[in-house]
Design a protein around this ligand. Structure first.
Ligand SMILES: [Zn+2]
Length: 227
């Protein structure tokens, strides 16, 4: 049996999968609830052919993954109890949950302090992240867009969503940047990097040389920001 890690590209997404070549006759593709992808193939089958077959199934794989992300609760998921760590703008905060007579979420002395009454702590924290994400991204988009005004572009609309694999994306038809809510957990340099990246897509659709030249001119240390 040979086990390797392979990848295919689907749209802007890179799909990684584990390939097991073993004594069997058929090819099987399985998406696990953890969103890991396992491909089993006959030992003597050419790797390029296998990858091609997986590529043909990319749409189905993506759909499966999305299903699991939406429906499967990972074991390490937050319990929303005091002492747990939550990330916000690149820093860690310990959660302090207090039953109270009003709902509120605040950053206080290095803590993420949640007082809850009508809503559950998890709902309150989700909403807090969402609000912070929207206001922060909007501010950063305004700032970053200053560097793009010379191209005669209209400032893109901003949307936030829970994206599974990406920090952001750009849709040319609706001139909309969709930012991952989770990106609010990264520091501002990273957030700006994602925004610069998506703004460069207003000019170039593909990740081609022109795209990276432009990105580099706007965000000089872009490659470092990803480390
Ligand atoms: Zn891109």
């Amino acid at each position: 049996m040979i086990a390797t890690t392979e990848k295919i590209e689907y749209g802007k997404e890179i799909i990684e999968f584990e390939l097991l070549q073993e004594d069997r006759k058929t090819l099987s593709i399985e998406v696990l609830p953890t969103t890991k992808i396992k491909v089993k193939a006959p030992e003597n089958k050419n790797k390029q052919d296998i990858i091609k077959k997986v590529q043909n199934k990319a749409k189905w794989i993506t759909k499966q993954k999305r299903y699991f992300v939406d429906n499967y609760k990972k074991p390490d998921e937050k319990k929303y109890v005091s002492g747990e760590c939550f990330r916000y703008l690149g820093k860690q905060y310990r959660l302090k949950v207090i039953k109270s007579n009003a709902d509120s979420v605040k950053l206080k002395n290095g803590y993420l302090a949640v007082e809850y009454c009508l809503k559950t702590p998890s709902k309150l924290i989700d909403k807090w992240y969402k609000d912070k994400a929207l206001s922060t991204y909007e501010k950063e988009l305004d700032k970053c867009f200053q560097q793009f005004t010379t191209y005669g572009l209209t400032k893109p609309n901003l949307k936030i969503r829970k994206l599974t694999k990406r920090w952001g994306s750009y849709n040319k038809n609706s001139n909309t940047i969709t930012m991952n809510i989770e990106t609010i957990k990264a520091n501002k340099d990273c957030i700006d990097y994602v925004i610069y990246h998506e703004l460069c897509h207003c000019m170039y659709f593909a990740h081609n040389k022109e795209f990276y030249t432009l990105l580099e001119s706007k965000c000089k240390d872009w490659s470092k920001r990803l480390e």
